[in-house]
Design a protein around this ligand. Sequence first.
Ligand code: HEM
Length: 568
Amino acid sequence: MGLKRTTFSVFAALTALLALVVILFGAYVRLSDAGLGCPDWPGCYGRLSVPSTPDAIDRANRAFPERPVETAKAWKEMVHRYLAGALGVAILLLALSAWRSRGRLPAGLPGLLVALVIFQGLLGMWTVTLRVMPVVVTAHLAGGLTTFALLWWLALRQSDFPGSRPVPALMRLRPWVWGGLALVGIQILLGGWTSSNYAALACTEFPTCYGGRWWPPTDFGEAFVVQRNPGIDYEFGVLDSAARTAIHLTHRLGALVVLLSVGALSLVILRRAQTGSERGMGIAVAAALCLQLGLGIANIHGHLPLAVAVAHNGGAALLLVTLVSLIHLLTPDRRTNCHRRCGDVEELVMIHNSGGGLRLLLISVGVLAVAAGIWLGVSRFDPGAGTSPPVAAMRAGTPLPQPKILSPFTLTDQDAQPFVLEDLKGHWTFVSIGFTACGYICPTNMATYRAIDREIGADGTEQTVNFLFISVDPERDNPEQLGQYVRRFDPRFLGATGSHDRLQPLVRELGLMYERSENAGDATDYMVDHSASILLLDPQARLVAVFSWPHDSAAMAADFAVLRDHYY
Ligand code: HEM
């Protein structure tokens, strides 16, 4: 027989709320840089739970040397997977009960949801295996929000809300509401792209972007490249500042379009509304829009506080769901359309009388779910996680939301001695990659090193700052040649290189890339394309900031002082 229609509706609504919790928790995992907390899938370091004993951690570290266990991050990732698993089971139960109802309940949508949740599982796997590739992360976010919206739609279609047909003047707005929904969908994709390319901090002011400029240099050509070389580690982003700025500004423009279109729509609804439900829907859409815009702006002003960034995902879900509810309101089905099809008086009475209870339940559980998701995300695991880096005080660099711990590595230095992660500890270190035959970027970066060194020396404080040049051309740059190269700029500068299987994981972890380009097949006469950014590591050898090309040594030295004072 299966579930009664109203019970099915409440179950679908509760499942939608679980989906919202999964979305918010997933956002928290991503935004606290724990998306790669478990380097494998579906288990974590090959287990069903996080390795916690010293023995288990040791085994895990040996199995995944490129990503040593960070227990807090691994737990965040696993809790997200457990919650997503529970959501999958709930959707399966919905589909089974619809299927067993022999046509009384709709089976098509629950079936589609089962397929969607399986696809979400695959995207979750690819998020890990493709190292938070932006297109996968964005699709995963969009899939989560679509699941939520469809579950909500399912719940509404089987509920007794609103209980009466809207006036024709409102019904005519239906295509416009669909249009608004499409624009919000595009804006959500742009938001996901902004987040997954770490472009949130590309603009640090509102309404201007940075330095009082409305439209600083942008690179749209690079900003929306969907597919890049396989094997890149996208954690902390791979784009330079101009491309990130382009992404960020596009998301802002998208917000303006949504504000104008959905804002106008809600005003028209309010003018044409006749019943409390209709007015309520108009107000709900306007309120969700204002909330979401406010959260977006708060993200900029607060430099991406974790709670606000997570809540911005909740705001997107809320806006989506208010528009879905509006479409439901404007789309009479055979029950609200009773004068045409149904002769079931009992059901008709119920439709008119019993919508309020369900509505109240959904609203209060919704508010609770949003609050619970944010609380669970922000306070439960990592009370200090909301501390923002000093973005506003930076002149040239982008600080990471949280310092990134690097995995152990072994290279060879300019004296042919082993060079390991530990050697970077105890000093601040500026790092760049390149090759000694490089004609422009590398010598310019080395000259920038010299200028930064002078600037830092000139501020009168005693510093031990290292400047490291990593050659990604080990075939031609042996230690001797590397030594001659770096010492030419300053005898204290460091050089290191190693085989590609040692260089690649490190370079990826630093968010950089390189590959042979011109004459790639020639054994001696070829070029190497490589990232031009300079990175800053703190005395714990953690990556704290990225300086995109072109470099301004005075601004970088000033940023260094800000970061040093912030972290130490
Ligand atoms: C209707 C309007 C908006 C919608 C639907 C929307 C939606 C989204 C979504 C879904 C994300 C992805 C969040 C994540 O993956 O964690 C996002 C990110 C972002 N949004 Fe919006 N947004 C809107 C307006 C704005 C506005 C007005 C601003 C600022 C002026 C803004 C600033 C940002 C920033 C900085 C991020 C990146 C946050 C991060 O890295 O997580 N948004 N937005």
